[in-house]
Ligand binder design. Sequence first.
Ligand SMILES: [Fe+2]
Length: 220
Amino acid sequence: MIDSTPLINIPAATVLHRISPDHLAIPEDLPEAAKTVLTQLHRWDTDTMEHCLRVGKMCEDFGRWLNLDQDELALLRLAAYVHDAGKLRVGTDILTKDGRLTDYEYDTVKKHAEWGEVILRRAGFDQNVLAVVRGHHERWDGHGYPDGLSATDIPRAARIIALVDTLDAMSAKRSYHRRRTNFLALAEIRRCSGTQFDPELATTFIDFVCQQLTSDRRVA
Ligand SMILES: [Fe+2]
């Protein structure tokens, strides 16, 4: 039966491949080191762990849509599943704070990109994964963190994670902002194309999300 709710009015969370309980499990085929990180995140802050699972799954789907070669797809998938490992060093009082973060708290959260690199290096991840995790908050225009890299100096997998990460963040219901609809989430990605996001990838990502929405629609 066709759902008559306009697609643009559906909360963006539904874009994230209508996450089923199956998708929220740690994939069996991830390396043990990644499973360990996700298990630690689960104990530390379940929301962060579930965010990593959604971003990992959607990056994998989007990477296939992009026709990435096997090596790059494997890198993207692995890095996406553990991209927020650095939040293991951010206090849960900050991660679960019900309200806007202070400047100090926000600066602490921003450290997670570098801390993730440190944690994952100790856990034995290779240099390519470390570079992607460190770079997932860099911006196309060079105004991101921690290194202010720009454009193609940012690993492509990190540029992809940045898009999926942002869509998931906009889908989250936080006390200081309401969950955005698909339309607003995609409009925001469009608005930040060329500044925050790689413009070519952003355009393709919007196409991908629209395709996911319409294919979901057919089976609704
Ligand atoms: Fe992050």
